[in-house]
Ligand binder design. Structure first.
Ligand SMILES: [Zn+2]
Length: 81
């Protein structure tokens, strides 16, 4: 079961997406970031980067099955697609 997100990308138009599992809908993930250090040869730090799965949006398209399940559960009005 996915978390449904309601997103208004165009004024007055609600669209429904699945919350991204990889980043919990935040759009960013902790990632190892290389730091170039010419004196010591470079190292890795942990930083925030864009989520790979949703390219930083925090949501992704629903699959047909997920959409149908969400309509069935009343999370999405059946007339919207
Ligand atoms: Zn994500």
């Amino acid at each position: 079961m996915v978390d449904i997100m309601k997103v208004m990308r165009r004024p007055g138009v609600w669209e429904y997406f699945a919350e991204c599992e990889a980043c919990d809908g935040t759009g960013s993930v902790e990632t190892d970031m290389p730091v170039i250090d010419f004196m010591n040869g470079g190292y890795l730090i942990t930083g925030k980067g864009d989520c790979d799965k949703c390219s930083g949006d925090g949501y992704r398209d629903l699959t047909d099955d997920e959409y149908e399940a969400a309509v069935f559960n009343g999370e999405i009005p059946a007339c919207v697609h």
